[in-house]
Design a protein around this ligand. Structure first.
Ligand code: FES
Length: 129
């Protein structure tokens, strides 16, 4: 892939992102920033009684790749158990989007990191009762 070339899937998720917004009274939330560019992302999650991700929404103050990766990770992770969702890597997100231009690979960090942060927030809330 050329340094500036985007896959059709990236363009599709950028133009028509899924699960944008914020869940009211979420079970967990995670906000992360990308130190390389200053972009930010917030993920909110709802967890079902059997420990699956029932709903996920994101807000991204970032570039097109960050929006596309956030959108696709919400689709990848919905319905998964928390353990499964924690295993989604930045590379999985980029692969699912049929690749990202090399200079944009760092943008996929935000989506995976924000989702993992939201899950960890849920787990620590649960521990605290
Ligand atoms: Fe900041 Fe893509 S340039 S996340």
């Amino acid at each position: 892939m050329k340094p500036t070339q985007y896959s059709e899937k990236v363009k599709e998720h950028f133009k028509n992102p899924k699960n944008v917004g914020e869940i009211e009274n979420p079970d967990g939330e995670g906000t992360v920033g990308n130190p390389l560019c200053g972009d930010m992302m917030k993920m909110t999650i709802k967890v079902s009684k059997d420990g699956r991700l029932e709903d996920i929404k994101f807000k991204t103050y970032g570039c097109g790749s960050a929006i596309a990766t956030s959108s696709i990770i919400t689709e990848m992770a919905k319905g998964l158990t928390l353990e499964e969702a924690l295993k989604i890597t930045r590379k999985d997100v980029a692969d699912e989007l049929e690749g990202l231009p090399p200079i944009k690979m760092h943008c996929s960090n935000l989506a995976a990191d924000a989702l993992h942060a939201a899950i960890k927030d849920y787990l620590s809330r649960k521990e605290r009762g």
